[in-house]
Design a protein around this ligand. Structure first.
Ligand SMILES: C[S@@+](CC[C@H](N)C(=O)[O-])C[C@H]1O[C@@H](n2cnc3c(N)ncnc32)[C@H](O)[C@@H]1O
Length: 208
């Protein structure tokens, strides 16, 4: 059971959303929605969590999880985040900030995680690479979250997961989706073509 003060802490942070990203020399707020923030806190209490990308979501994970790893190659994003954590008096000792590109770091992951958020590069093929290599390290019954499913490279992954018997859709809206893993490791990630409804449906249409 999450203590109410975690929710009020998030509400306070979201009432004055920090700008933790930058585009063309202007600070940006690319942070997750309040609805997703509340869900992350509920699912991450006392857990080991991982995220591709960093920002407001990292602060939210740190309010709940036991130990959090985030992956982001951008050094300025890291500096802004650490300043914000200090300002909000949130302990950064439980944070492992990996200053690396996810496509290089995720294939080297060793641990298993309870909750994973994919919110790094939304450009093709990154969401697929991030999903594949981090998904290999999600515990059975763990939660995989995709943010910005309205970006088509993220949408491909979202569509696959919504049609797969290996994943159970738990919560979401037009912007994000949260799924429970019904298997673990290779079994979760490597479904054969005849077990993938998206592929089978298209083939049946083609040959009917
Ligand atoms: C949409 S923002 C993340 C927003 C964050 N979840 C939040 O709530 O504030 C995307 C982030 O992914 C990072 N990113 C871009 N390419 C990446 C890569 N190859 N690997 C990991 N992170 C990457 C960007 O630097 C940026 O911080």
């Amino acid at each position: 059971m999450i203590k109410n003060n975690k929710y009020s802490e998030i509400k306070k942070i979201l009432s004055n959303r920090p700008k933790l990203h930058e585009l063309k020399n202007e600070l940006q707020d690319w942070g997750i929605s309040e609805e997703l923030a509340m869900y992350i806190v509920k699912e991450s209490e006392g857990k080991k969590t991982l995220e591709v990308g960093s920002g407001l979501s990292t602060i939210v994970f740190l309010l709940a999880s036991d130990f959090h790893t985030c992956i982001n190659p951008n050094k300025s994003d890291k500096e802004r985040l650490l300043i914000e954590l200090n300002k909000q008096k949130i302990d950064s000792n439980r944070l492992n900030f990996v200053n690396s590109k996810s496509e290089f770091f995720c294939p080297k992951l060793e641990d298993f995680y309870d909750v994973i958020l994919i919110d790094g590069s939304h450009t093709f093929p990154w969401p697929i690479i991030d999903w594949y290599y981090s998904g290999m390290h999600l515990k059975k019954n763990g939660i995989m979250i995709l943010d910005d499913v309205d970006w088509w490279p993220v949408g491909i992954v979202d569509s696959y997961m919504k049609n797969s018997s290996l994943w159970k859709f738990k919560f979401g809206n037009e912007r994000f989706s949260c799924f429970e893993a019904l298997e673990q490791g290779e079994k979760l990630i490597s479904h054969r073509w005849e077990q993938q409804p998206n592929i089978l449906g298209a083939l049946c249409e083609k040959f009917k």
